[in-house]
Design a protein around this ligand. Sequence first.
Ligand code: SAM
Length: 157
Amino acid sequence: MSSKLKRTLQDFLPPRQFEKFMICLIYLRGGDLKKIAELCKTDKHGSHYYIQHYQKYFTSLRWKRLNILEIGIGGLKDLMKGGASLRMWKYFFSWSNIYGIDIYDKSYHEENRIKTFMGSQSDPDFLKEVARKVGKIDIVIDDDSHINEHVIKTFKA
Ligand SMILES: C[S@@+](CC[C@H](N)C(=O)[O-])C[C@H]1O[C@@H](n2cnc3c(N)ncnc32)[C@H](O)[C@@H]1O
């Protein structure tokens, strides 16, 4: 698609509609995770370079019906910011449920197949409660405080 047509669509459509339209085009071209990450504007691609690793390990799981939990939704205190990677996972794993945890309320980002929980990754009781509600969790992605002590507590829980 030409960049002019893309800009026109972006001006014309509400942001989520534009994202969904673009996702259809990305799917038609093979559904590359890097392209999905760019569209959703997650810093997993650009500021960091994790996408090629996710693509390598997750591609074979892509069409399964999984429960995926990401710890760290993004946007800190701003309730409406963040959620980029939750949407990226939703688009990549077309049949899976995506769950997110953040210390701030991120329920604004809930939609079909995306659910959020508010609490701290260093609180084992909270994590166990999330696990009880979700059921079997197939993949956990820890992109939270990045404080070693927290990461270890989460891993143990
Ligand atoms: C790096 S951002 C997540 C980015 C997001 N995964 C993405 O790729 O778009 C980290 C998030 O972790 C949250 N956070 C920080 N400390 C936390 C804690 N102890 N427990 C839960 N969430 C925390 C912050 O509020 C922030 O929204």
